[in-house]
Design a binder for this molecule. Sequence first.
Ligand SMILES: NC(=O)c1ccc[n+]([C@@H]2O[C@H](COP(=O)([O-])OP(=O)(O)OC[C@H]3O[C@@H](n4cnc5c(N)ncnc54)[C@H](OP(=O)(O)O)[C@@H]3O)[C@@H](O)[C@H]2O)c1
Length: 239
Amino acid sequence: MSNQKVALVTGANKGIGLETARQLAELGYQVLVGARQAAAGEAAAASIGHGAEFVELDMAQPAGFGRVRDYVAGKYGRLDVLVNNAGVGFDNGKKPSEAGMDLIRGTFEVNVFGLVELTQVLLPLLSKSEAGRIVNVSSILASLTLNADPASPLGDWRSFGYNGSKAAVNMFTATLAFELKDTPIKVNSAHPGWVKTDLGGEEAPMEVAEGAKTSVWLATLPADGPTGGFFHGQERLPW
Ligand SMILES: NC(=O)c1ccc[n+]([C@@H]2O[C@H](COP(=O)([O-])OP(=O)(O)OC[C@H]3O[C@@H](n4cnc5c(N)ncnc54)[C@H](OP(=O)(O)O)[C@@H]3O)[C@@H](O)[C@H]2O)c1
């Protein structure tokens, strides 16, 4: 088995995911570019270079997760890094009292249920790594502390589906990290910052190069690094 570390990034065809995959590839990782559209995934992998490989992965289609596990197991025998980056915000800008249940359910389907199930399916492969790292891409909008404070900088960004789904992601981080505390696997939540992407919008102040840094740091933590935390940059955020 090769010593090169293997990292799977979901939603890696564009935005923060693509940049996270690029930065990990530049650090010498064998990167697997998870994407639901083959053309976009292939193009992203080609643009990254360094042997990056497209892996078809639709977070709303968990029936396909076993195929990804079998492929990674057959080709690499283990997984060192899982960056759960794919995310949607179907009810962004909608009031909690008015957002359609289809939008709320759809957001949870990708951000929470897909993320949790993929992690469960890939955990046996992460356990084969000497230093498994799971990065759950969350958001500062997940913070119960900040959502509960009317004066917090979150302002009007208080949709239930998106914020609630990311709060659930944070709970998955905390509970899974506790379960795995006596193993080498570290599990952390990342807030990328407000980043210029299709999701973040044009007005966002940060570029993807900066926005990927929290995920890359958490994906490459040394053995004495933290687990079960919620970070932006290397600073802890309030849950
Ligand atoms: N941008 C920000 O300011 C910001 C702030 C806080 C947190 N975040 C989080 O950062 C992560 C990346 O967001 P981004 O800003 O880079 O957004 P983005 O440019 O819209 O990228 C989202 C990625 O998720 C993928 N995705 C969506 N639904 C999927 C599905 N069912 N299966 C597989 N992939 C799917 C998209 O693929 P398609 O191209 O196929 O749709 C795309 O690759 C998300 O988890 C987001 O919540 C972003």
